[in-house]
Design a binder for this molecule. Structure first.
Ligand SMILES: *Cc1c(COP(=O)(O)O)cnc(C)c1O
Length: 383
């Protein structure tokens, strides 16, 4: 059976060119980047090149990139690191209600340690309430952390505007850009972003490698003790091969940005149009303009998305109900609740996320089968 993969927001397949560039770092150049002999120096060269490539993609200096093990670690390091390093200046943090759990749970941990956190509301499209943001700022606010783009509904937040506000108030600004990297052009200088999290496996690099950008001069504490790697901010021998892969993947994706973006948008818009035309009682989630090119979140009234996923799996279609991180969790997603969906609509939500490997034929297959399954369901035949 042909597998049609529509869950690129959960993870992506490693690109062939990326894997090819990684292989020598398992074989000849396997050395420890801290060593002085040649095998170690080659590893160090690979590390440096990857750092430059990642820095280029977001317009920062290589010295402002810290490699980590994943997007979640980057979020933890940014949020807890800034909070601990700046606790003498204040204890208040501002975030939103629709962040990834790596951010929300980092904030919850800080609350247990005496920090105070404001969780901003979002409108029905998932855009953060900017007036509430401005009103929430206090003298002791040390950090604003707002995601660049949402993983469930695809909404892109007004990051440049938030950056301006943070800068004018002298507050550190972090953004979780794990979904945005590769899908949006990011310039951390122009957007006044102080810290930014990314993760390789969301843009065709391997799982288990991430990076944190932190502007030179931003104070943040390390959260893991050990050696002095990554300018003493992230202990542990660097995962050279995967870091090399991430550097290659980010360069490839931005070299080909326009055609990749257009491809995803074309597939997504065709999907939206076909579903809107052929299926009744649906709601497209997220902002219709400010959204990721490959994300399509649709709520189907009266449908149980978990059952729908099983039916789709039987014919080789991989998609997601809400967010992959909530799988097995029966309570409705915090993101879908925050944009005002009731329990029925939230539990009928299917997230389709397009990627490099998808073709128009795949989308036609998806639409045809989705229509069939849902119409059968609507006639009360149990699926
Ligand atoms: C996937 C994701 C993360 C977590 O990244 P990992 O590398 O899987 O830890 C964090 N934030 C967002 C928005 C994500 O989509």
């Amino acid at each position: 059976m042909k597998i049609r993969y529509f869950d690129n927001a959960a993870t992506t397949a490693v690109r062939k060119e990326v894997l090819e560039e990684m292989i020598p770092y398992f074989e000849m150049n396997f050395g420890n980047a801290s060593a002085i002999y040649s095998v170690g120096r080659e590893a160090k060269r690979g590390l440096d090149k990857a750092r430059s490539r990642v820095a280029n993609a977001i317009n920062c200096r290589p010295s402002e990139i810290y490699f980590t093990s994943c997007g979640s670690e980057s979020d933890n390091l940014a949020i807890k690191g800034v909070a601990y390093a700046n606790r003498n200046k204040g204890k208040h943090i501002i975030t939103s209600k629709i962040e990834h759990h790596a951010v929300l749970n980092s904030c919850k941990t800080l609350q247990r340690q005496g920090f105070e956190v404001t969780y901003l509301n979002v409108d029905q499209n998932g855009i953060v309430d900017m007036q509430q943001l401005i009103n929430s700022i206090r003298d002791d606010t040390i950090l604003i952390t707002i995601m660049f783009a949402n993983n469930e509904i695809g909404t892109i937040e007004p990051i440049e505007h938030i950056g301006q506000i943070a800068k004018s108030k002298g507050i550190i600004f972090h953004t979780d850009a794990v979904q945005a990297i590769g899908n949006v052009k990011i310039d951390v200088k122009k957007m006044n972003i102080d810290l930014l999290s990314m993760s390789g496996h969301k843009f065709y690099a391997p799982k288990g490698v991430g990076a944190l950008y932190a502007r030179d001069g931003i104070q943040f504490e390390k959260i893991q003790d050990g050696g002095h790697q990554e300018k003493d901010k992230r202990a542990g021998t660097e995962n050279i091969a995967s870091i090399v892969g991430m550097g290659k993947a980010i360069e490839l994706i931005y070299n080909d940005y326009d055609s990749y973006n257009l491809k995803l948008k074309t597939l997504r818009d065709y999907y939206f149009t076909q579903i809107e035309k052929n299926v009744k009682n649906i709601k497209i989630n997220g902002d219709r303009i400010n959204r990721l090119p490959g994300n399509a979140s649709i709520s189907f009234k009266g449908i149980d998305a978990q059952n729908l996923l099983f039916k789709l799996d039987e014919i080789g279609i991989c998609a997601s109900a809400g967010s992959a991180c909530s799988t097995g969790d029966v309570s409705p997603s915090h993101v879908l609740t925050s944009i005002g969906l009731d329990k029925e609509m939230a539990s009928g939500t299917l997230r389709v996320s397009f990627g490099k490997s998808n073709s128009m034929e795949d989308v036609e297959f998806l639409v045809d089968n989705l229509q069939k399954i849902i119409n059968r369901f609507a006639k009360k035949i149990k699926i």
